[in-house]
Design a protein. Structure first.
Length: 282
């Protein structure tokens, strides 16, 4: 694909609805111009993959802070000496992985994380790709009638699914904060884009609806918003860094490399309170 040159970067789309690869620059000690290009690409494509970065924990931290305050995850094991960096580790004997279902990071928090930054430390010889799905495209492709109805709804999100996880997550009872509510269709604070904001991991029901009443429509939305045409696939390589905006995309980690280890370092950047896309949804 022919790339688009911007500042120090060449940008190539990964798919029709989300994702871009950035080449030619470095994420360490970004100039104001280069940082502006990276931010613009992230907000335009929802997820950006940047090969051959090999960030140290210090450089990873500095990159995250260039986007905002760091939002420390309370469920992941931290990297030793860096409590704000989450260790996303898969052992060779595991057949399930953290993030192996469609979700948006931290949607269970009153103020969800805005941006996730994942830095590849050890990758398997094959597999372990991450899929992303554009929730902006999903929202745009809803029928007018369904989109109007959803624009007036809020949904409940919960961290309770971590308690049922067979993976090694923090089981400290104080880590669980209960149920929060967010608009079903949000407006991105930087771009104004409308995006669907429900996910199968953490959304439990529509606010004011029972779980059983909510289930049929939520299940439909989960399938609709992750259909293949809305997605891109990132193939990891050592040293690659991937940034994504949890308000624009959902993601899914592929568990197809049993027998091999995988280690990623993740930092999440704090967001703002999510606002509904329409005044009538307030």
């Amino acid at each position: 694909m022919q790339g688009i040159a911007m500042a120090d970067w060449t940008i190539s789309k990964l798919s029709g609805h989300c994702g871009a690869r950035l080449m030619g620059g470095t994420l360490t000690d970004l100039s104001d111009t280069s940082l502006s290009t990276v931010k613009a690409a992230l907000f335009a494509y929802g997820v950006i993959a940047v090969p051959d970065q090999h960030l140290s924990p210090e450089a990873h931290t500095a990159l995250a802070r260039a986007f905002g305050e760091i939002d420390v995850n309370r469920f992941f094991t931290p990297v030793e000496g860096y409590p704000h960096i989450a260790e996303v580790r898969t052992r060779p004997d595991q057949t399930a992985v953290i993030g192996g279902t469609w979700h948006s990071d931290h949607s269970y928090d009153p103020v969800p994380a805005a941006i996730s930054i994942l830095s590849a430390q050890t990758v398997p010889p094959y597999g372990g790709d991450t899929h992303f799905a554009s929730q902006v495209a999903a929202c745009a492709q809803l029928s007018d009638g369904l989109r109007t109805m959803l624009g007036g709804l809020w949904a409940c999100h919960s961290d309770a699914s971590f308690a049922d996880s067979a993976l090694e997550m923090n089981q400290d009872p104080s880590a669980y904060h209960g149920t929060v509510r967010h608009p079903v269709i949000i407006r991105h604070p930087e771009t104004g884009a409308k995006a669907l904001y429900v996910n199968g991991d953490f959304t439990t029901q529509f606010d004011g609806w029972s779980v059983s009443e909510s289930a049929p429509l939520l299940e439909y939305l989960y399938r609709f918003c992750t259909q293949p045409i809305l997605t891109c696939r990132v193939m990891w390589a050592p040293g690659m860094v991937v940034l994504w905006d949890n308000r624009l995309v959902q993601h899914y980690a592929t568990a197809d490399y049993a027998g091999h280890a995988r280690l990623m370092h993740r930092i999440t950047v704090a967001g703002t309170v999510l606002k509904p896309a329409t005044v009538s949804a307030v």
